[in-house]
Design a protein around this ligand. Structure first.
Ligand SMILES: *Cc1c(COP(=O)(O)O)cnc(C)c1O
Length: 727
């Protein structure tokens, strides 16, 4: 395999600081601010110009600057310390090695259509990708023998531009992989690894790229190579772009191509994790492999089931990938005839038993071929059991085997360094290595209130500065008058109660709910004694007209005189923007239609930064909310009529703001909002450890990965015994 040392990212990189090359290609930098600082110290302006992409940075930085730091004793002290902790991280015995010393030779494979690790690798759209990225980082932290598989999209996802008419424009640009922290995976012969797939009338060739995430590796598949015809080269062009045909081809590449990739590299996982239905074809390919080795079809299916976990993320039926059976037939008839299956028998794999029609549902395929299944919060699992009950004939609802593992966030990625410093001081030095330990978090009570409030206000000011900068860039590009642009300097007040709302603009998330009664909102925002302001961000899917209308509506309102400087819409929501928003506002608004948000993770990011959730009791929030650590909008009752529910939720939201949230925020004792600060500490006590990916990946390991590994070991043993008997 290729190694990450000694890459000529910059041929002038002095030997003394040569490890920066390896560091730039290891996403470990994305959750260690000290690592990023090492680059920034060399040339802060360039670091900003390259959007904190260390590979591009090392490529562009001028040799003199490298020489300067290589001779600067102060820099070298920091460098040596950081490299020592990196080396220690890479080689230390971690949780998995301690817990399961006999199982370290096994591999766990995790397939996902998107991974969000850092903006230098922009191949994600939203929460699903962030979850996969955070899962991978925690797998590395915990020392899991783990490998990820995904696609490397030439154009990533859309860049959102909002023009001066407030229309969302979707921009795509070609990524230059050579400037990103990815490398071609090469074989022992030093050649790029190429995998091939048979498609109707042609062979598709796939190039494999490798991303190092701490101790683990992701393999990303790419069809944009000379060996393919021009249409096939575009197959890995855009995430969630194109039509259904494009989608099924991408999923064939991910599922079937992904299995072939691992085999080509020599990785034979014992446990397989399907992150959302997109990757479910991996099961079909594994059944095919076994049948080709002479295993009977039923045994092959049972073997695959015993070693596969499926995580569903979509609580609404319309959200699942459903293909026409003719399309499935077109691309997979060779596969099912290799399996000795009839058309109808194969199609049933993507259907609920006995309910065959003309559609093939990827989530049902995953359910039918995975022995283990889970939803991503307790509530979502209950909703999923109901939604998928028809796939489990004769099983009573409460026994439908879809378990719950509630999502988490990767604490080190999302927690402000300023708070990490506070924790170092008051929780003890080892809090970061025991993220899932509830006891440690009780010590936040020792943090002095004035210190906490000062850090929070400081973070808020930084976010306000950032927000103004983003708006200014957008307005300059849109050729707003200079007078208008200069006015931005007065936007947002650091002392005003600040609401953050940032997420994909999917209709069910109801970004515009707070505008249900515009006059009432206007009065809240324009109260001189107790002002309120709101920052919005989020992309609509380019084919989602309603979502784009919502962007327009909010952007237009933000330009009305009475809302100017108090409501802002930031274009092009991404991880970096999320980082700023979830730590630099006072409350985090989340108002989806109840039962439609599977989990939600941005609220967890806010919570670990002591930003109070102000949320509908959906997804993860009913599990977390305890009356102290944030606010619940509405009740757990659901009305039958959507319009009525929307009105009721809006009314509740206003009342809660007016009667509780605003008064609590502005109540001061000894110059401090002591009640508010108590809420902030309650956040840390309850949210930080429970909703960390550290806890989540431990749960996945204990409940599912180890089961798969044990099943696999047992089957290997059975198989050996059987072959000894027959041989
Ligand atoms: C965390 C995150 C999301 C997911 O947020 P939800 O609350 O689950 O909608 C989406 N996009 C980005 C950029 C994020 O960082």
């Amino acid at each position: 395999m290729s190694d990450f040392t000694g890459t000529p990212v910059n041929k002038y990189l002095p030997e003394r600081i040569g490890k920066l090359a390896e560091l730039s290609y290891n996403l470990w930098f994305s959750w260690h601010s000290q690592a990023r600082k090492l680059f920034k110290l060399i040339d802060a302006a360039l670091w900003e110009d390259v959007y904190c992409n260390p590979v591009l940075f090392l490529r562009r930085v001028c040799p003199q600057k490298l020489d300067t730091v290589a001779q600067d004793p102060q820099y070298l002290v920091q460098y040596d310390q950081l490299i020592a902790s990196f080396d220690q991280y890479m080689s230390a015995e971690k949780w998995f090695q301690k817990q399961y010393p006999w199982n370290t030779k096994h591999q766990i494979a995790y397939f996902s259509a998107e991974f969000a690790l850092h903006d230098s690798l922009p191949v994600y759209s939203g929460g699903l990708g962030v979850l996969a990225g955070d899962h991978s980082k925690a797998a590395s932290d915990l020392g899991l023998p783990f490998v990820g598989v995904g696609l490397l999209y030439k154009q990533g996802y859309i860049n959102q531009r909002v023009d001066n008419q407030c229309w969302q424009q979707a921009e795509y640009s070609n990524l230059d992989f050579s400037e990103m922290p990815v490398k071609p995976a090469v074989g022992d012969d030093g050649q790029d690894i190429i995998v091939s797939l048979t498609l109707p009338h042609r062979t598709l060739f796939i190039k494999i790229w490798q991303v190092q995430v701490g101790r683990i590796c992701l393999y990303l598949l790419d069809t944009d190579i000379d060996l393919n015809n021009s249409e096939d080269r575009l197959l890995t062009g855009q995430l969630y772009g194109g039509d259904n045909e494009m989608r099924i081809l991408q999923e064939i590449i991910l599922g079937i191509g992904g299995v072939k990739t691992l085999r080509a590299i020599g990785i034979n996982p014992s446990a397989w994790h399907i992150n959302e239905g997109h990757a479910a074809f991996l099961c079909v390919e594994r059944v095919r492999e076994l049948v080709a080795q002479g295993v009977a079809l039923t045994t092959a299916k049972e073997t695959v089931k015993a070693t596969t976990l499926f995580t569903t993320h979509t609580p609404v039926p319309a959200g699942h990938d459903i293909f026409d059976t003719n399309m499935v037939d077109h691309y997979l008839h060779q596969t099912y005839s290799d399996l000795g299956m009839e058309r109808a028998e194969f199609m049933e794999l993507g259907q609920a038993a006995g309910e065959g029609d003309d559609s093939f549902n990827m989530s049902l395929l995953a359910i039918n071929l995975s022995g283990y299944k889970n939803g991503v919060s307790k509530l979502h699992s209950a909703v999923s059991r109901k939604m998928f009950q028809h796939a489990f004939k004769y099983i009573p609802l409460e026994e439908v085997p879809i378990y719950a593992i509630t999502n988490g966030v990767h604490t080190k990625t999302w927690l402000a360094q300023e708070f990490a410093d506070l924790f170092n001081q008051y929780l003890g030095g080892n809090w970061a290595d025991n993220m899932a330990d509830a006891q440690i978090w009780q010590r936040v009570e020792d943090i002095p209130n004035d210190q906490l409030w000062a850090v929070h206000q400081n973070l808020k000011q930084k976010t306000i500065n950032y927000t103004r900068k983003v708006v200014k860039e957008q307005w300059l590009r849109n050729q707003e008058s200079l007078e208008t642009v200069l006015g931005i300097a007065d936007f947002l007040k650091p002392e005003a109660l600040t609401i953050g709302f940032a997420r994909r603009f999917a209709t069910y998330k109801r970004a515009d709910l707070i505008f249900t009664d515009k006059q009432r909102l206007e009065q809240l925002l324009n109260n001189n004694e107790r002002p309120v302001q709101i920052i919005f961000a989020g992309k609509a899917h380019p084919q989602d007209q309603q979502g784009k209308e919502m962007v327009k509506k909010i952007c237009r309102i933000s330009k009305e005189e009475q809302f100017k400087g108090k409501i802002l819409f930031l274009e092009n929501y991404n991880m970096q923007m999320a980082t700023h928003l979830v730590r630099g506002v006072d409350i985090w608004l989340n108002n989806p239609r109840r039962l439609e948000e599977a989990s939600g993770t941005s609220g967890m990011k806010a919570g670990i930064n002591a930003v109070l959730n102000f949320s509908i009791l959906d997804g993860w929030w009913p599990e977390a909310y305890n009356g102290q650590n944030g606010f619940a909008v509405g009740t757990e009752k659901t009305l039958a009529c959507t319009e009525e529910q929307d009105r009721a939720d809006a009314a509740y939201l206003y009342a809660l703001l007016e009667e509780v949230v605003i008064p609590t925020y502005y109540e001061r004792e000894q110059g401090l909002p002591l009640k508010w600060l108590a809420h902030m500490k309650a956040c840390w006590r309850t949210i930080t450890w429970q909703f960390s990916t550290e806890r989540m990946v431990q749960d996945y390991t204990e409940k599912f990965y180890m089961q798969c590994i044990n099943n696999y070991s047992k089957m290997i043993l059975d198989y050996k015994l059987a072959s000894e008997r027959t041989g």
